[in-house]
Design a protein around this ligand. Structure first.
Ligand code: XMP
Length: 537
């Protein structure tokens, strides 16, 4: 214990910017903007002691939030800044800092300014859209000068507390609606923007982050796919030595890229285990086998466990029981296979950065190295290799492409671990699974044929356990209702139903009813998340 997991220490070769997440919903968007500048950044929770910033030689700090439910900047006026989440001494480290959105009020209050309370509306992070008036073409707004536009850009203003009186040494460098929209302390290299550049796709917003991290903080642009692969391969090689590694391969993006990366590092010392639980989509198991058997040869084990999983689900209708049984069975099979191999020391896993942030391990020093994830038995004592744990999904895809994985693997839509079993409501039988699989294939085919594959986050069919009356060749039928689900989303946390063109919906419905026996009706799911979820179970 204590040492870091493989996959996090390679970051030590890069300049580090830390986003202190004071309860913002935009931290990951800020992180993506910074990484887009080829600068490595991490998201840390509030309260990490300043010594950690020194120890990790942090070169820049971004303060994000607080959002709804978090401390309000207005409330921070005159109050102890610690109460609002800023650690004492953070702004005195001499490290450049950029406060984004409501954090500007926090920063100003912490440094002796006064702040007018923000609107007490639910969403503190999204105010009105307004035009910025740029007062200084240096640093943050350098690009504005280059673009030569007479008027400033438009941005979403923060609805958080407004800076009334500047803290000593600060100046206003942009205005909106007659109020300060951006402030700066030139010597201390402290900045605050009371708007949300992370929500903008425009060159000026990208330049704002780029100027801050590259010029103000002096970070080198070393965070590239090539450097990442090279450093990870070297690190995995060193860690693993002559040991053997096992990796569960689902065929999803994360586990596929993990396996490809570990294989590049240690070759035949890696054994990948593909457990086919039988709940994959049409043709998917075959694709995984073809892609990876060719690549890994002897290092690829295919376990056909379809019958075993179906048996475990006999008579089960409760979604939670389904999920639990599938999870348990998976671990049992994986464990059996790993034991047969014997002499395995490492387990490679496709943990990605959003998983790390969500489990509260975002801050340095809190990462455990030997925990057995996913319920693997303690006595296996496998050490984890998680080379993707610092990466966002788009970065994982870029690494996958650079490693030469086929596009159909790299660009796969997210797919739940329990697969189609949670898209067949009620009991999962071989027959019902087949109906679901065929209906799903039609949804996928038609949406991709219409060129909508990359606009829609997920698209699939659900076989409900409701039946409806229909008529076919003048005979009454009584078949299942299939629901079509297509959602737009950025991260899967929230989602809207996709406004699919009617003709696409019509083709989907017509084909399912014509081509899939046992279905008498097709409906379109128009529920947003929340309050619904993306999956039905
Ligand atoms: P929900 O249904 O909770 O899904 O809105 C959010 C996202 O997570 C995916 N999902 C899963 N992914 N194992 C996974 O790896 C699971 O058990 C699981 N359940 C849901 C879902 O497809 C969506 O992208």
């Amino acid at each position: 214990m204590g040492e870091q997991t493989v996959g996090s220490s390679f970051a030590s070769g890069h300049d580090l910017v830390v986003i202190v997440d004071l309860g913002s919903r935009h931290s990951q968007l800020i992180a993506k903007q910074i990484r887009g500048c080829q600068v490595y950044c991490e998201i840390w929770p509030p309260g990490v002691p300043v010594d950690e910033f020194r120890r990790r030689k942090v070169k820049g700090i971004v303060l994000a939030g607080p959002g709804a439910g978090g401390a309000q900047p207005g409330a921070a006026a005159g109050a102890h800044p610690g109460a609002a989440g800023l650690v004492d001494g953070l702004l005195e480290l001499g490290i450049p800092a950029l406060a984004v959105g409501p954090a500007t009020g926090l920063m100003a209050a912490a440094l002796g300014g006064t702040v007018r309370p923000g609107r007490k509306e639910q969403d503190l992070e999204a105010g009105a859209r307004a035009r910025l008036e740029i007062l200084s073409n240096e640093d943050l707004f350098k690009a504005w000068d280059q673009e030569g536009a007479p008027e400033g850009p438009e941005a979403w203003l923060s609805a958080g507390g407004q800076v009334d009186e500047l803290p000593p040494g600060f100046e206003v460098i942009a205005r909106a609606e007659g109020r300060p929209a951006a402030i700066r302390h030139r010597e201390r290299r402290l900045f605050g923007v009371q708007f949300h550049p992370e929500l903008e796709n425009a060159p000026w917003a990208k330049q704002l982050f780029r100027s801050f991290v590259r010029e103000v903080c002096g970070c080198s642009p070393t965070w590239t796919v090539e450097n990442f692969i090279e450093a990870s391969v070297a690190e995995i090689k060193e860690k693993v030595g002559a040991g053997r590694v096992v990796c569960a391969l689902s065929g999803g993006v994360d586990s596929s890229v993990t396996a490809a990366l570990v294989y590049r590092a240690v070759g035949d010392q890696l054994t990948t285990i593909f457990v086919d639980h039988g709940f994959l989509r049409l043709g998917e198991a075959e694709q995984v086998i073809e892609t990876f058997r060719g690549r890994f040869g002897q290092g690829f084990i295919h376990v056909d466990a379809r019958a075993r999983f179906l048996k475990r689900l006999e008579g089960v209708t409760d979604p939670e029981v389904k999920r639990k049984r599938i999870g348990e069975e998976f671990i049992r099979i994986f464990e059996e296979e790993a034991r047969k191999l014997g002499n395995i020391r490492y387990l490679a896993q496709g943990t990605v950065y959003p998983d790390v942030i969500e489990s509260g391990h975002g801050a340095a020093g809190t990462i455990k190295s030997h925990h057995n994830v996913g319920g693997l038995p303690e006595d296996m004592e496998l050490e984890l290799i998680e080379p993707l744990r610092a990466l966002f999904k788009d970065e994982v895809r870029a690494v996958g492409e650079a490693l030469g994985l086929p596009a159909r693997i790299v660009w796969r839509q997210p797919f739940p671990g329990p697969g189609l079993a949670v898209r067949v409501t009620g009991e999962v039988t071989a027959e019902r699974l087949e109906i679901e699989r065929r209906a799903d294939a039609i949804v996928v085919e038609e949406i991709e044929r219409a060129g909508l594959g990359r606009d829609v986050w997920q698209y699939f069919a659900v076989l409900t356990d409701t039946r409806a009356v229909g008529v076919s060749r003048e005979t009454r039928t009584y078949g299942y209702v299939v629901a079509v689900r297509a959602v737009t989303s950025v991260d899967g946390m929230t989602a809207g139903w996709a406004r699919l063109p009617y003709d696409v919906l019509e083709r989907i419905s017509g084909r399912i009813m014509r081509e899939v026996p046992g279905v008498s009706r097709v409906v379109y799911d128009i529920s947003a998340k929340p309050p619904a979820t993306i999956e039905w179970e």
